[in-house]
Design a protein around this ligand. Structure first.
Ligand code: TYD
Length: 207
């Protein structure tokens, strides 16, 4: 879908910081770009997010988790993404279907095929025009951020899970090279931001 861009990466890669900086940059220049995130991003979707990430919900079934991410996605698409695209705005979304493919499909081991099918039902034709992958191995990312947040149910899963997630992303990129823009995120925050902006300029999203 033209003008729909998603940003992906492992925990601690600095995705949230980078998108915040990018948002500021767009606002200062009066560029009409909508920034949003998953899971959540709209009222009902944020309520679903709270259930998913609540550390007390240790007993959640993996398939239930996959459906909740997809449910949050459906609501967020309807409330935020579709209206913005219809108004001709660009939308930059922090995480989308690729997160489900790798976290639920590969990390949780539910199988990529099953999660792709589930998300086909959820998103239909709303696949991103392209996806930026901020590339940093979780071993390095967790060291840089000083360990995993134990109050976040997904972060707390353990290193092995996050290594599988990283390898999952690498697999997806190899399968869909034309959809992904891979950015090395091992440098300084400023370097990563500059790379991110230059990709968006090259792709015609930013001027
Ligand atoms: P968040 O605090 O937003 O993490 P981050 O800043 O790393 O994006 O929490 C989102 C968590 O949910 C994160 O651990 C990734 C996970 N996730 C999935 O497992 N599947 C999904 O489909 C999505 C969108 C996120």
């Amino acid at each position: 879908m033209r003008n729909f861009i998603t940003i992906e990466g492992c925990e601690g890669v600095g995705k949230t910081y980078q998108t915040r900086l990018l948002k500021q940059y767009c606002e200062e220049r009066g560029l009409d770009v909508v920034f949003t995130r998953e899971p959540g991003g709209s009222d009902i979707a944020e309520q679903i997010r709270n259930i998913i990430l609540d550390a007390n919900n240790r007993d959640m079934d993996d398939l239930c988790e996959a459906f909740l991410y997809a449910a949050s996605r459906i609501q967020h698409l309807r409330d935020i993404v579709k209206p913005a695209l219809e108004q001709g705005k660009a939308v930059i979304c922090d995480r989308y279907v690729d997160s489900s493919y790798v976290y639920q499909g590969i990390g949780r081991g539910l199988g990529l095929d099953k999660i792709v099918k589930l998300n086909e039902i959820a998103v239909g034709e709303y696949m991103p025009e392209f996806t930026v992958f901020l590339d940093l191995h979780p071993e390095y990312a967790f060291r840089r951020k000083g360990g995993a947040d134990q109050n976040d149910r997904m972060e707390a899963v353990g290193y092995d899970f996050h290594r599988k997630v990283y390898e999952g992303y690498k697999f997806l990129i190899a399968q869909n090279p034309s959809r992904f823009e891979v950015i090395d995120a091992s440098g300084t925050k400023e370097q990563t931001q500059a790379k991110l902006r230059s990709v968006l300029v090259r792709r015609g999203i930013l001027k």
